[in-house]
Design a protein around this ligand. Structure first.
Ligand SMILES: NC(=O)c1ccc[n+]([C@@H]2O[C@H](COP(=O)([O-])OP(=O)(O)OC[C@H]3O[C@@H](n4cnc5c(N)ncnc54)[C@H](O)[C@@H]3O)[C@@H](O)[C@H]2O)c1
Length: 337
C-alpha cells in the first residue's frame, strides 16, 4: 500500500468559483488538504472558514507566510493574477491560478518567469481539458483517429451574464470567456496564426461603457491549415451550453451534452430536455480533476498539464481577437518568444 501525503493548499479569493475550489479540496478529495482560506472581504472569509472549518484571513500574505501551505489556489479577480503568481513564487509556493493568467503579455511573461526562477509549479485553470468528455475525445485525437483536421468549432454560452462589477474587471469577453475556447483550440488542433473577430453589446448595452461586448465570434486560421469558428454569448437565456466539434479527414468528433440529466421528455408534438444553468453545474468533475492532477504533478515532480506557456498562448489569442474586433480586420497572431 502506497500512502502519499496530500498537497496542503490555501485558497485565496472565495467568490463564485473560489468557494467551489475550496469545497472540493475540503470535502471531495484526498489528494489535497485545505489548510486555510483568504478573501479581502472579512465576512466572506469568515463565513467560508466557518463552513469549511479552517483558519481564515483577509491577507494573501498570511497564506504565503504559512509554513503549512505547500501551494496556493488563486481565484481572485483577473487583474490580480499575475502579481499574485509573482508573490507566491517568491514565497516558494506551488501555484494553481485561474484563467486568464494576465491581461497583457508582459505581465504574463513576468509571472511565468518568476515561477520558473523559483522552481515552483504553475498550472492554469483551463478545466475543460480535464472534463471526461473533452479528455476522452482528445485521447482519440492524439491516437490519430481524426486524420487531418479540416475544421474546428466551439461554442460557449452563459445562461445569464455575471454582475456588471465582475464584468468590469474581467478584461472583456475574449479574455474572460472565449479564452477557454482558445485554449481548447490550441490543445486539440494546434497553434493559431490569424484571427478575425467581432462582437456586439446587445443583451446589456451597458457593457459597452467599458469597451466590452456580450456576444462574440472569432474565425481562426491554424498553422496546420485548418479553419475554426468560436461563438460565445453571455446571455443565451435557455441555459448554459458548451460544445466543441472537430471535422477531420477520417472522423468528426462532437462534444456537447449540456443537459442536466440524460432525459428527454416527450409530449404530443414536442420534446424537452433540461439544461445545466451554469459552469458549476456543467463541470463539477473537471473542477475537481484539474486540482487533483495539479497535486499529482507536484507530488510526482512531473510537468503540469496546463502550464504557464499555455496561459500565455491563450492570452495571446484573446489579445489578437480583441484587436481584430477593434480594428475590424484580420489580425496575424504573433508567435510568443
Ligand atoms: N475556470 C472557470 O470556468 C472560471 C469560472 C469563473 C471564474 N473564473 C475565474 O476566477 C476568478 C474569480 O472569479 P469569480 O467569478 O469567483 O469572482 P468573484 O468576484 O465571485 O470572486 C472573487 C473574490 O476574490 C476576492 N478578492 C478580491 N481581491 C482579493 C485579494 N486581494 N485577496 C483575496 N481575495 C480577494 C473578492 O472579495 C471575491 O470574494 C476570475 O479570474 C475568473 O476569470 C474561472
Amino acid at each position: 500500500l502506497l500512502v502519499t501525503d496530500p498537497l496542503r493548499v490555501g485558497v485565496v479569493g472565495l467568490g463564485r468559483l473560489g468557494r467551489i475550489h475550496a469545497e472540493n479540496i475540503k470535502n471531495r478529495t484526498r489528494a489535497l488538504e485545505l489548510v486555510r482560506v483568504a478573501d479581502t472581504l472579512e465576512e466572506v472569509a469568515r463565513s467560508a472558514a466557518a463552513q469549511l472549518d479552517v483558519p481564515w484571513s483577509t491577507h494573501f500574505d498570511d497564506v504565503l507566510c504559512d509554513a503549512e501551505v505547500d501551494a496556493v489556489v488563486i481565484v481572485t479577480p483577473t487583474p490580480l493574477h499575475a502579481s499574485m503568481i509573482e508573490q507566491a513564487s517568491a514565497a516558494g509556493k506551488h501555484i494553481f491560478c485561474e484563467k486568464p493568467i494576465a491581461q497583457d503579455i508582459e505581465s504574463a511573461k513576468q509571472a511565468v518567469e518568476a515561477a520558473q526562477r523559483s522552481g515552483v509549479q504553475l498550472q492554469l485553470g483551463f478545466h475543460r481539458r480535464f472534463d471526461p468528455d473533452w479528455a476522452a475525445a482528445m485521447r482519440r485525437i492524439e491516437a490519430g483517429e481524426l486524420g487531418q483536421i479540416y475544421f474546428f468549432r466551439s461554442t460557449l454560452r452563459d445562461m445569464e451574464p455575471p454582475s456588471l462589477d465582475f464584468l468590469r474587471d474581467s478584461g472583456g469577453i475574449f479574455f474572460d470567456m472565449m479564452i477557454h475556447d482558445f485554449d481548447v483550440a490550441r490543445w486539440m488542433v494546434g497553434e493559431v496564426i490569424e484571427i478575425t473577430a467581432c462582437g456586439a453589446a446587445i443583451a446589456d448595452p451597458r457593457v459597452a461603457e467599458f469597451n466590452d461586448v456580450d456576444q462574440g465570434i472569432a474565425v481562426l486560421r491554424f498553422a496546420n491549415g485548418a479553419l475554426g469558428v468560436i461563438d460565445v454569448s453571455r446571455s443565451a437565456g435557455y441555459g448554459y451550453e458548451c460544445a466543441t466539434e472537430i471535422v477531420g479527414s477520417r472522423a468528426t468528433v462532437r462534444i456537447a451534452h449540456g443537459q442536466r440529466f440524460n432525459v428527454e421528455w416527450l409530449t404530443p408534438g414536442a420534446s424537452t430536455t433540461d439544461y445545466a444553468a451554469g459552469f458549476l453545474e456543467r463541470f463539477p468533475q473537471a473542477y475537481l480533476l484539474e486540482l487533483e492532477d495539479f497535486a499529482a504533478a507536484v507530488r510526482d515532480g512531473r510537468p503540469v498539464r496546463v502550464n504557464g506557456h499555455d496561459g500565455i498562448g491563450a492570452l495571446n489569442l484573446a489579445i489578437a481577437a480583441d484587436r481584430s474586433r477593434a480594428e475590424k480586420r484580420a489580425v496575424p497572431v504573433a508567435p510568443i518568444q
